[in-house]
Ligand binder design. Structure first.
Ligand SMILES: [Zn+2]
Length: 475
């Protein structure tokens, strides 16, 4: 039987606040265990939560960028379950009244259409982290993460393929990073993806039984896990079996999914309004104030790059995929108005060095100013394009200016006519046969002679000048 894959996604995005959602503890990643805790996030009796205004603002800004309706009357709810990393025995979340609802984002290739609908996005606190010591038989818990603010963003089941899901996730992550409400770091868990997936025979309206996938901290794992799960479910169904509603973990080593637990229903959590938190009312004017201050988002910036800089769609897409790269590009073009040249260098040489060193563009040792001075040297004919490309890795690794490097290495391009003429005379003197051939009408010998001059100059002669002077000498 031929099946259609139906996928929805839940993302937990950690909001970039300085303090936690309901207390003043810090949110820095990687500090020593339990160093960022207090009675509130430890769940001690008698402590009371107070909502973090910055987290609410970030959720509203994200909601507006995702074309959501912002809920004016918010209510926090207790989601009850017991797990050692959740010291209160419940998580403070939102249930019936999520802060953002009914939005969408434009994704060119989600597999179902051009839009992915956002069902809801709600605020909730994160849990701590259980650490099971291998061999020692001990388990410990680090509550630094307990109480850090999350925005859980849930889509409608609008995606139809692993590639569509990855396109959505990349688009969503870009938006959150542009808004500076989430750092997007998947390895540190700041952007966690949980696709839920079911199959149905092509043409059938009702959805099949869905399975939720967890432990996917890279786009590659998202794609691999979905591709695996589609095959697994198709096999079960084709053999007459039934899919169980469950949560499955992606096992990286084995390249397969395995059952983690059977799926809970909402009623298992006994949600009820948290009596410790008063309802949160947001005023219309306050919400609308954020609409005008939203930054230019990736899709719009991409269109502007195509129009304003006459860039190919491909370039504009790559350059606007991260805010840092788009800012770098625009910072360079402001000082050197040759957009396509700048684009080539940013996507080529610069990206290669950044990838090799694993650095983010915001920490690039070659600043836009440095790149521009290099490009200006080429533009003025002070160095050749080849020399510029050759020295770029060194420019990146040493932190020297292009001028310093070129001077140190004696790479200045020779454009001085008398110096070039002298080299031409020498080459012509050594190659009388080719000169005679040229004079007899064999035009292609010119290339050979120019090449000899370039070689004699160690690649530093200005090729345009050599060509021009050579023709004059021979003519
Ligand atoms: Zn705390």
């Amino acid at each position: 039987m031929i099946f259609e894959t139906v996928i929805g996604v839940e993302v937990h995005a950690q909001l970039r606040t300085k303090s936690k959602l309901f207390c003043g503890c810090g949110t820095t990643f990687g500090l020593s265990a339990n160093s960022q805790t207090c009675p509130v996030c430890l769940g001690l009796p008698g402590s009371l939560p107070v909502i973090n205004r910055a987290a609410v603002e970030m959720a509203v800004r994200a909601g507006l960028a995702l074309n959501c309706t912002i809920t004016a009357n918010n209510q926090f709810a207790r989601k009850n379950y017991f797990y050692p990393d959740l010291p209160k025995g419940y998580q403070i979340s939102q249930y019936e009244f999520p802060i953002c609802q009914h939005g969408w984002i434009e994704i060119a290739d989600a597999g179902g259409g051009t839009r992915v609908r956002i069902r809801r996005a709600h605020l909730e606190e994160d849990a701590g982290k259980n650490m099971h010591g291998a061999g020692t038989g001990e388990s410990r818990v680090d509550l630094n993460r307990a109480g850090t603010p999350l925005l859980e963003i849930v889509t409608e089941p609008d995606m139809r393929s692993a590639d569509g899901v990855v396109a959505y996730l990349k688009g969503l992550r870009d938006i959150l990073m542009y808004l500076e409400v989430c750092d997007g770091n998947m390895e540190e868990g700041s952007f966690r993806c949980e696709p839920n997936l079911s199959l149905r025979p092509v043409g059938q309206k009702e959805f099949g039984t869905k399975v939720e996938l967890k432990n996917l901290n890279s786009f590659k794992y998202v794609k691999d896990a979905i591709d695996y799960e589609v095959k697994r479910q198709a096999k079960v169904l084709n053999e007459g079996g039934k899919i169980r509603q469950e949560t499955r973990l992606w096992n990286i080593e084995r390249g397969e999914t395995a059952v983690m637990r059977s799926k809970e229903e909402a009623h298992d959590y006994r949600y009820f309004p948290d009596p410790d938190l008063v309802p949160l009312k947001l005023e219309r004017e306050w919400i609308e104030g954020f609409t005008s201050s939203l930054p230019e988002l990736p899709a719009i910036r991409m269109r502007r790059f195509i129009e304003m800089y006459a860039l190919p769609e491909y370039d504009a897409g790559v350059l606007t995929a991260s805010k840092g790269m788009a800012d770098y590009f625009e910072g360079s073009v402001k000082q050197f108005n040759q957009p396509k040249t700048v684009s080539n260098w940013v996507m080529g040489e610069l990206t290669r060095e950044l990838n090799n060193s694993g650095a983010d563009i915001s920490a690039s040792p070659v600043s836009p100013e440095r790149l521009v001075s290099l490009l200006q040297m080429v533009d003025k004919g002070a160095i050749s394009l080849k020399v510029a490309r050759d020295i770029f890795p060194e420019l990146y690794s040493t932190g020297k200016t292009p001028e310093e490097l070129v001077q140190e290495k004696g790479l200045t391009q020779v454009s001085d006519e008398s110096a070039i003429e002298q080299m031409i005379d020498e080459v012509l003197g050594k190659n009388p046969v080719q000169v005679a051939q040229f004079k007899a009408g064999k035009q292609q010998v010119l290339g050979f002679l120019v090449g000899q001059v370039m070689k004699a100059s160690g690649g530093k002669a200005n090729p345009g000048k050599v060509n021009e002077l050579m023709k004059r000498k021979l003519g």
